[in-house]
Design a protein around this ligand. Structure first.
Ligand SMILES: [Zn+2]
Length: 212
């Protein structure tokens, strides 16, 4: 007989887990407003605007995720890696299981930031772009992007597709936003890249400056 058999499991309810997620997010990203909702069908939704990157939030909330999803098999499974074994003061062990289900994090880009990113994309392009402006949802009216190389740290690359391009600007904005942490001031330590006419931009936050 193993001691495993005597280890009791403590279940942390979905509501309680959502509270813990909220508290941890608040601690790691003070000043950023998060919405943490547990929904029917066993999922927890985390939404926020600008702030940290999705990768950062994933790293923060991952320990609370109880389920995983295998897209290849279309199968949900229990994340055994997130079953914490804790020692109580009396020496007994307890298994802690959070009932979050899948945690689905979604970052939104504010209209203000989308406009800044749009300006950067136009600069990469080196010539004016026809935009269809619907606030945060921006489309390219005329598809003629001509990036000269890929600005460092942006992940931006020119799409070779000729036609369509209707939502393409939006996806470029997402690509540009994806690697940028807006939850704290940038230390401009990632270097700059030239954008023409003696101007440079910070590879970390996109700030325009005249010195490299
Ligand atoms: Zn910067």
């Amino acid at each position: 007989m193993t001691t495993e058999a005597f280890v009791k499991t403590r279940w942390i309810s979905r509501v309680e887990t959502a509270k813990l997620i909220r508290a941890k997010l608040k601690q790691e990203y003070p000043g950023v407003k998060f919405s943490v909702r547990c929904a029917r069908g066993s999922a927890t939704y985390v939404n926020w605007t600008d702030g940290p990157t999705s990768a950062q939030v994933r790293a923060t909330v991952d320990e609370f995720e109880s389920d995983g999803f295998d897209g290849m098999q279309d199968l949900r499974y229990t994340r055994e890696d997130n079953v914490a074994l804790v020692a109580n003061e009396d020496g007994t062990l307890e298994r802690v299981r959070y009932l979050s289900g899948l945690i689905l994090e979604q970052r939104n880009v504010s209209e203000e930031w989308a406009r800044e990113l749009r300006d950067e994309i136009e600069e990469f392009n080196g010539e004016a772009i026809d935009w269809l402006d619907h606030g945060a949802s921006i489309e390219i009216a005329a598809f003629r992007l001509n990036f000269h190389g890929t600005p460092p740290g942006t992940g931006l690359a020119r799409d070779s597709g000729g036609g369509g391009g209707c939502n393409y600007a939006q996806s470029l904005i997402w690509q540009l936003a994806a690697g940028r942490d807006r939850s704290r001031p940038c230390d401009h330590g990632l270097g700059t890249y030239g954008v023409g006419n003696g101007w440079h931009r910070c590879a970390g936050c996109g700030l325009r400056c005249q010195t490299p």
